[in-house]
Design a protein around this ligand. Structure first.
Ligand code: NAD
Length: 262
């Protein structure tokens, strides 16, 4: 399928590893120029090197997404080089685990800054030019937790619902301008961070990595975790010309785990 986005410009946050990197790589393969961000300059440069093999332009902004200066720099560097961004993929590190009494108000504020405000502020900066140009794609990374809250992950359960409410409302406001706004909600996806969690379980329970992985995947109907590229493929479709009539939706990519009917 021709996605029709060659030559467009995408901003991908938290892109040095995991789902963010897979999304950046999928865009690069489609000929999309990139502005990528993550905290570590070193990891970001490694990511840039891999992405440039696809013959696209890649700019980097190393910085914490909780920091307003990082967000402004992402905007300024993009506008200076390309004039605007056509596609935003708004991703960040995961919120701290814990139940209601395990996290305090500072944790809520920290996660709100990282997961909600970074996405809201970048959208606020970039969306006006999308509106003006009559084309844009805004895609928020949330989680399967928006369909079925996950025990012991109260920050994710709460804050990703706030993103979902913003996404849905904004999709209405931008629909007549050719700008679509959607969310992708992954289930368990085997990124380095998740591999580490599986490894920790294996050590704790005295079993092998493969046994721990099998155990962690039992609740997933496909009996395996997703691959970052499988999330990225859905994001690339949502960003494509082909998805022009699709807006205001959360697409769950979870190997069949979510049991809600619609
Ligand atoms: P990952 O740890 O593999 O990658 C996270 C990326 O975010 C890295 O590039 C890291 O450098 C960057 N990052 C972290 N904190 C940052 C900050 N403060 N500022 C800038 N960059 C920062 O993680 P992942 O598994 O790809 O997860 C990405 C997002 O998807 C997280 O929010 C996670 O909670 C969510 N998610 C993951 C899964 C899963 O199973 N992997 C499932 C649902 C949702």
């Amino acid at each position: 399928m021709e996605l029709g986005i060659k030559g467009k410009v995408a901003v991908v946050t938290a892109a040095s590893k995991g789902i963010g990197f897979a999304v950046a790589e999928e865009f690069a393969k489609e000929g999309v120029n990139l502005v990528i961000n993550s905290r570590s300059k070193e990891n970001l440069e490694k990511a840039k090197e891999k992405l440039e093999k696809c013959d696209v332009e890649v700019l980097t902004v190393a910085g914490d997404l909780r920091n307003e200066e990082t967000l402004k720099e992402i905007f300024n560097i993009t506008v200076k080089k390309f004039g605007k961004a056509d596609i935003l993929f708004l991703n960040a590190g995961g919120p701290k685990p814990g139940g209601f009494f395990d996290v305090n108000s500072e944790d809520w504020e920290d996660s709100f800054k990282l997961n909600f405000l970074s996405a809201q502020k970048l959208t606020y900066l970039f969306a006006p030019k999308m509106k003006e140009s009559g084309w844009g794609r805004i895609i928020f990374l949330t989680s399967i937790s928006v369909r079925n809250p996950i025990p012991n992950l109260i920050l994710s359960n709460g804050i990703r619902m706030a993103i979902t409410g913003m996404m849905k409302t904004l999709s209405r406001e931008l629909a007549s301008f050719g700008v679509t706004v959607n969310a992708v909600a992954p289930g368990y996806t085997l990124t380095d961070r998740v591999k580490q969690l599986v490894e920790d379980t294996a050590k704790r329970e005295g079993i092998s990595f493969d046994e721990a992985l099998k155990k962690s995947s039992e609740k997933i109907p496909m009996k395996r975790m997703g691959k970052p590229e499988e999330i990225a493929a859905v994001v690339a479709f949502l960003a494509s010309e082909r998805a022009a009539f699709l807006t205001g939706q959360t697409i769950v990519v979870d190997g069949g785990q979510d049991m809600t009917s619609i």
